[in-house]
Design a protein around this ligand. Structure first.
Ligand SMILES: [Zn+2]
Length: 231
């Protein structure tokens, strides 16, 4: 095989290896972690904590409300019980009832808001729990295919690597060096020539360069400096 053809094949192998390795790594990453699922779980826990706090607040306000109702009832009973006759005492009692009623109304408003908030959070918790379940189920469904991809990918990668080692050993070291340098610099060391044109940079290659490349010499494109492969 002419050296340019060897390098062309080498670059094909490198590209396929990169692609396969990336796919296997991605599958491994997805098997280990599922950021979407983790984010949903975190959000679910956060909202559950908010829900617990809202329910606690609701309960505290209910207690406060019951206490105020009790005070109002007690004062009301005293006011109309007939045992208090002093007008100043009665007026003071009325004022106290007024004060408790004002506080009761305020607590009622806050309680209503707290109940609404708790209800909203309860609904969100249910929706998030469903989302977490769906994501877990999807993860379980995806798992076998990902495991297969990792195991099959590993076999294919081993085969490609073996082919690459054998091919690289058969290539002239200087040509291999040139390839490594170009490949490392731009990710693309070899360009195919089709219809007399460098397929990488679209520049027309002089016929004598094509002849030399055909004859097995290492010829670089005068424009993009890539090794020319005349297939
Ligand atoms: Zn070129």
């Amino acid at each position: 095989m002419a050296v340019a053809a060897q390098l062309f094949r080498l670059e094909q192998l490198d590209a396929e290896l990169d692609q396969r390795l990336a796919a296997v790594n991605e599958a491994r990453r997805r098997l280990q972690r599922d950021p979407e699922s983790e984010a949903a779980e975190r959000r679910w826990q956060e909202v559950r904590a908010e829900e617990t706090a809202a329910l606690r607040e609701q309960k505290a306000l209910e207690g406060e409300l019951a206490d105020l109702e009790g005070r109002i009832k007690r004062d009301h009973d005293r006011l109309y019980g007939g045992r208090i006759v002093d007008s100043r005492e009665l007026a003071s009692l009325e004022k106290e009832i007024e004060h408790y009623r004002g506080r009761r109304d305020a607590v009622e408003d806050r309680l209503l808001a707290a109940m609404e908030r708790a209800e909203g959070l309860q609904q969100t918790v249910v929706a998030l729990a469903q989302q977490v379940d769906t994501l877990h189920a999807r993860r379980q469904t995806d798992r076998p295919a990902l495991e297969q991809l990792v195991s099959e990918g590993g076999t294919i990668i081993a085969g490609l690597q073996a082919e690459r080692v054998a091919l690289a050993e058969s290539i002239d070291p200087r040509a291999l060096n040139t390839y490594q340098r170009l490949h490392a610099a731009s990710g693309h060391a070899v360009s195919r020539v089709a219809d007399g044109v460098c397929q990488w940079c679209r520049v027309v290659i002089p016929p004598k360069d094509i002849q030399h490349a055909r004859a097995g010499q290492l010829v670089a494109c005068s424009n993009c400096a890539r090794i020319l492969y005349v297939g």
